[in-house]
Design a protein around this ligand. Structure first.
Ligand SMILES: Nc1nc2c(c(=O)[nH]1)N[C@H]1C(S)=C(S)[C@@H](COP(=O)(O)OP(=O)(O)OC[C@H]3O[C@@H](n4cnc5c(=O)[nH]c(N)nc54)[C@H](O)[C@@H]3O)O[C@H]1N2
Ligand SMILES: Nc1nc2c(c(=O)[nH]1)N[C@H]1C(S)=C(S)[C@@H](COP(=O)(O)OP(=O)(O)OC[C@H]3O[C@@H](n4cnc5c(=O)[nH]c(N)nc54)[C@H](O)[C@@H]3O)O[C@H]1N2
Ligand SMILES: [Mo]
Length: 688
């Protein structure tokens, strides 16, 4: 998009661009409203120890309080007693700096971020199958050429409207769209075929699809032989997944499973895409793996117009997961346990490799450990609102309240910021330069249109301020003769161009290699796809055309089996509860609940119920209802709709207070990715 500023008012205009072709969703059109919003934070806030209220303070007082607090806590309880929580909405430059800040300014192992709640299951599955995790290994425009597109647990008509144009074009070209969702969403209603499984049964569906493809002889034998390893074990494991068994579990009729397998197995070009509906489960990694197995057996990945992909969510959901805000990660998508990676990155940062901490723990585990005897005593949050968005949120809220020091940098007083000891007002998207990497792995520029309002600093400036003050408070160690404050200032530049130049060096040679990407090249080329190791060499719009990113170049099959949801339904909690999004609200709602047009379009939470279920429970449309799980409850008006399964209820998670969906959700996590089970738990529903 393009921004124009006229007499102080900012307007958002569309721009012809290959990913969205000038399309924006309503949240994009209205985003400028937040720049001058009356509730915008313009001064730091400090909690008054006597009254317990947040009060405006100077930057000096706020930063002093933070640095004194951090140093005292680390002196008493060790470096790991301070933790950092980041966000997938931060630019690459900020995500990179946040990871670096945690590792060399705080020297804590505890950093993780909200992307753990988002793409982590698909990332882990992609990594183990393909050797690299890039959401889409091909440009989005490829979708228009596919004969069949299978969307599993994705509702792009509400969550990525500009992307739906490619699906419309695909069907205009004669292609078929198949959607797997327990609800007949706006996306499913456009599909040629809608499979409506019980939540949490996608893995069984995928194994049955592969079973059918095997029986019918639709496996690409040559591809499997030349480009993959491990198929025999998968073939054996799906042998037990005859379609009638999958129908019994999922409720998807055998005929629909067969039609889906045929549409994929006999297509010239086919694409399988997963999103949060399939991934946000305690078996999310295995579920994605089952769809990757299917794609590999059909020979799709790396073939033009075909493949497997994950629809990455947040603004910088891709770049945010590459440059070191993940607990186990260093920039360039390197592993923090890898001695070579540590040497390289430590070299760029100018510190000894053995000073870099080891891996931390995934987001939920981190949040749940806060303030406990073995957990961190302080937390710094940049770009997330876990009081609303974390699973089992009441418990997380309690953990945050139990901290000795909570620092939140935000543009607005989010529910998490409202609990903080120190709140730092930060710049927004239109006020700072930087880069974002989109769902295609395409690195894009984000350009500043204007300065932040007086009193507001950028995240980069905040991190630099903290790093220099921490250095000043650090007792001198070792023979380092240099002035520690000057060294810290040099290590934490506030100019995003300087940060990006360093990020390029830090990522060089890693899986997500940005070394050849300059801002001017991005400008000249409508974005640049990583890996891009040299400035004059090519970038990589399509991965896997010749080889996969594994040591032997072959993709890896992994046998995976269905397992039930972490919390089965029972007599007391007889219904399945699932959560997701609506078109007009974004995430924890901090930003969108404050925009008039969006609030009018989606004023509050609701509980979506099938009319038959509602009749059984004596609930009418609009009645206040209570949804209760073992963790807590949510209250919101009923919205009756025949589009949802009668055994399942749905609520959006954008609201806080009594309507908070995450008061209800389960905090069971995937053993590999750490992804919480946002998409299924057992509940009871009654009129409130
Ligand atoms: N309007 C809007 N757009 C957004 C966002 C937003 O908050 N609001 N957030 C952005 C972000 S960060 C993300 S991650 C993306 C998410 O984009 P999506 O993944 O498309 O969004 P969700 O609504 O979370 O989930 C998609 C669908 O999964 C279905 N579902 C629930 N349980 C299951 C299940 O067990 N199996 C299957 N197959 N489906 C299931 C739900 O009914 C829902 O329709 O959206 C991005 N875009
Ligand atoms: N039940 C349920 N829960 C879910 C999900 C679900 O489907 N169901 N989805 C999960 C998913 S996929 C996601 S991505 C998470 C998202 O949930 P959160 O992590 O809470 O994400 P946001 O609401 O985007 O929070 C971003 C916060 O950072 C602020 N912010 C925005 N830009 C900046 C910036 O540049 N700098 C700083 N310092 N702050 C900024 C915003 O004002 C806002 O308060 O929710 C997860 N929670
Ligand atoms: Mo997300």
């Amino acid at each position: 998009m393009v921004l124009r500023e006229d007499a102080g008012a900012v307007t958002v205009l569309p721009r012809q661009f290959p990913t969205n072709r000038g399309g924006l969703c309503q949240k994009g059109w209205t985003a400028a409203e937040l720049l001058d919003h009356p509730e915008r934070l313009t001064t730091p806030l400090l909690r008054d120890p006597h009254t317990g209220e947040l009060r405006p303070a100077t930057w000096d007082a706020a930063l002093d309080r933070i640095v004194t607090g951090i140093r005292a806590i680390q002196r008493e309880s060790g470096r790991d007693a301070v933790a950092v929580f980041g966000g997938g909405g931060l630019t690459n430059e900020k995500a990179y700096t946040l990871g670096k800040f945690a590792r060399i300014a705080l020297r804590t192992r505890h950093i993780d971020y909200n992307g753990r709640f988002c793409m982590s299951s698909a990332a882990a599955a992609g990594l183990r199958a393909f050797g690299v995790d890039r959401g889409l290994p091909f440009p989005l425009a490829d979708l228009a050429r596919a004969d069949t597109v299978l969307l599993v647990g994705a509702n792009p008509a509400e969550t990525m409207p500009p992307m739906v144009r490619w699906l419309t074009e695909q069907r205009r070209n004669g292609g078929r769209l198949i959607v797997v969702d327990p609800r007949a969403t706006a996306t499913a209603r456009q599909a040629d075929l809608h499979l409506q499984p019980l939540p949490g049964t996608d893995l069984a569906v995928a194994n049955a699809l592969l079973h059918i493809a095997l029986t019918e002889g639709w496996i690409e034998q040559a591809y499997v032989a030349e480009r993959t390893t491990g198929f025999p074990a998968v073939r054996r494991s799906v042998a037990a997944w005859w379609p009638a068994r999958a129908e019994q579990l999922s409720g998807v009729p055998v005929a629909d499973l067969e039609a889906t397998a045929r549409a994929l197995g006999t297509a010239g070009r086919a694409v399988i895409l997963t999103a949060r509906g399939a991934e946000q489960h305690a078996k999310g990694v295995d579920t994605v793996t089952a769809y990757v197995n299917l794609a590999l057996a059909l020979g799709l990945p790396g073939r033009p117009g075909s493949g497997y992909g994950c629809l990455t969510g947040q603004g910088n959901g891709q770049g945010g997961r590459e440059h070191g805000q993940k607990a186990d990660q260093l920039p360039g998508y390197r592993h923090i346990d890898d001695p070579v990676a540590r040497e390289h990155v430590a070299g760029v940062w100018g510190v000894p490799a053995d000073e870099l901490p080891g891996p931390g723990v995934p987001a939920y585990q981190l949040l749940d450990s806060l303030g406990t005897p073995d957990g961190p005593r302080a937390l710094l949050v940049f770009g997330s609102n876990p009081v609303v968005s974390a699973p089992r949120a009441a418990r997380v809220e309690g953990r945050l309240r139990g901290l000795d020091l909570l620092v939140v940098a935000d543009l607005l007083l989010s529910e998490t910021a409202a609990l903080a000891d120190v709140v730092l007002p930060t710049a927004q998207w239109a006020e700072e330069d930087g880069t974002m990497t989109n769902l295609e792995g395409r690195v894009l520029r984000r350009r500043a249109l204007r300065q932040p309002p007086p009193g507001v600093r950028t995240d980069l400036a905040i991190l630099a301020d903290l790093a220099t003050r921490l250095a000043a408070a650090e007792p001198a160690t070792g023979p380092a003769a240099a002035d520690p404050v000057a060294t810290a200032a040099a290590r934490f530049p506030t100019d995003p161009a300087a940060v990006f130049a360093e990020l390029r060096r830090a990522s060089a040679g890693g899986p997500a290699d940005y070394a050849g990407i300059s801002w001017s090249r991005i400008d000249d080329a409508d974005g640049v796809f990583w890996p891009c190791p040299t400035e004059d060499g090519p970038d990589t719009p399509r991965l896997f055309t010749d080889r996969f990113a594994t040591p032997d170049g072959r993709a890896r099959f992994h046998p995976v089996d269905h397992r039930p949801a972490a919390e089965p339904v029972c007599a007391d909690y007889p219904l399945h509860f699932t959560t997701g999004r609506v078109l007009a609200q974004y995430q924890s709602g901090t930003q969108t609940r404050r925009v008039d047009a969006l609030r009018r379009a989606a004023p509050g939470a609701f509980v979506e119920l099938h009319p038959d279920l509602a009749a059984r429970l004596g609930i009418d449309d609009g009645d206040p209802v209570r949804v209760t799980s073992r963790r807590g409850d949510l209250r919101a008006p009923a919205r009756l709709s025949p589009t949802i399964r009668p055994d399942t209820v749905f609520a959006p998670f954008h609201w806080s207070g009594p309507a908070r969906a995450n008061s209800v959700t389960n905090d069971a996590v995937d053993p590999i990715s750490g992804m919480p089970e946002f998409k299924i738990c057992a509940v009871r529903v009654e009129k409130a």
